[in-house]
Design a protein around this ligand. Structure first.
Ligand SMILES: Cc1ncc(C[n+]2csc(CCOP(=O)(O)OP(=O)(O)O)c2C)c(N)n1
Ligand SMILES: [Mg+2]
Length: 325
């Protein structure tokens, strides 16, 4: 990344961080329906990967997917309005926090069933391969998904069919409350499984946006060239608990402190200053992010409630009848 690209990535991460904080505050004000799984701390995975993708590539995320939706073009206002069940929300209030989707920018959804979207990403990659478009699909998932059958099924089929799909694990060390290390036979839950499927398995500092961009760009080039899938394990940490129900008191204080010191925004800021970007320029990016999210909160709050008569619109597809018959 050159300084301008890194500054843009920094600003995008700053916007996501502030949006997640706003989601947290709005929940406490009783304005967010249901729960939320915030991605504060994991911004560099989404922003770094997105910087390496083409606009027409496909992205699949989990219920912890606000950062991926925003990295792929959803605005903070659309996301916050969706969390607040407004008609102006990203999915017109039919998705909520766990299902942010923006098909027009290739963000093909956030999925609440752990591991379920990995075979779907393989399917999207298969479609791209059949059409010869050199698009790739990327599935982001948590460390917990690596112990789910669908992870292994998707990897095997993707390897056998040499599909242009990247499996990007956000290893934040914990599942819902359980440390991944307590229930996994290998130290690196994603990367250590790659050799079993004959695909490259790499580990990257998931808090370093430049390192993530480098790794994804390299693996994406391979996939587009027809060399098949890869597995990338991005080591990272969530700042909040698993969901709104979780104060995360089970995490050792020194571990939390160590990761807070390895914050993706601080790392990017340090790199910018090393590159000679003046601190005032970085501060301006922070101010723009703050102002954008403040405006987004107000606009989202002002959005109308959905009209009950639209409850069944945009819900059903024709099941592919048009092309099947
Ligand atoms: C198949 C399935 N089993 C259990 C759950 C309940 N559940 C929701 S999130 C979660 C933890 C997943 O952890 P991880 O994959 O590490 O993702 P993270 O939440 O850390 O991003 C669990 C067990 C679920 N949604 N789906
Ligand atoms: Mg996890």
């Amino acid at each position: 990344m050159d300084p301008a690209e890194l500054l843009a990535a920094y600003e995008q991460m700053a916007v996501i961080r502030r949006t997640e904080k706003a989601a947290h505050d709005l929940f406490l004000q009783g304005l967010v329906k249901g729960t939320t799984h915030l991605a504060a701390g994991q911004e560099a995975v989404a922003v770094g990967a997105s910087a390496a993708l083409r606009p027409d590539d496909y992205v699949f995320a989990t219920y912890r997917g606000h950062h991926h939706a925003m990295a792929r073009g959803a605005t903070p206002q659309e996301c916050l309005a969706e969390l607040m069940s407004r008609a102006t929300g990203l999915c017109k209030a039919k998705g909520g926090s766990m299902h942010l989707t923006k098909a027009s920018t290739g963000m093909l959804g956030s999925y609440a069933i752990v591991g379920a979207h990995l075979p779907m990403a393989a399917g999207a990659a298969w479609s791209a391969k059949l059409r010869g478009t050199e698009q790739i699909a990327v599935a982001f998932f948590g460390d917990g998904a690596t112990n789910i059958g669908a992870f292994h099924e998707a990897l095997n089929l993707a390897a056998v069919w040499k599909l242009p799909v990247l499996f990007v694990c956000e290893n934040n060390l914990y599942m819902e409350y359980t440390p991944i290390a307590d229930v996994t036979a290998v130290p690196r839950p994603a990367a250590d499984r790659a050799p079993a499927y004959g695909v490259p398995g790499e580990v990257v500092d998931g808090n370093d946006v430049v390192a993530v961009e480098d790794a994804v760009a390299r693996l994406a080039r391979r996939a587009r060239a027809g060399d098949g899938p890869a597995l990338l394990e991005a080591q990272t940490y969530r700042h909040f608990g698993h969901s709104r129900a979780d104060p995360a008191t089970y995490r050792p204080a020194e571990e939390v402190e160590r990761w807070l010191k390895h914050d993706p925004l601080d790392l990017a800021r340090g790199r910018l200053v090393e590159m000679g970007v003046p601190e005032a320029v970085v501060a301006e990016a922070d101010e723009r992010a703050t102002s954008l999210v403040q405006k987004a909160v107000e606009a989202a709050k002002a959005g109308p409630e959905p009209d009950p008569r639209e409850a069944l619109t945009d819900v059903w597809a024709d099941g592919g009848a048009a092309w099947r018959t």
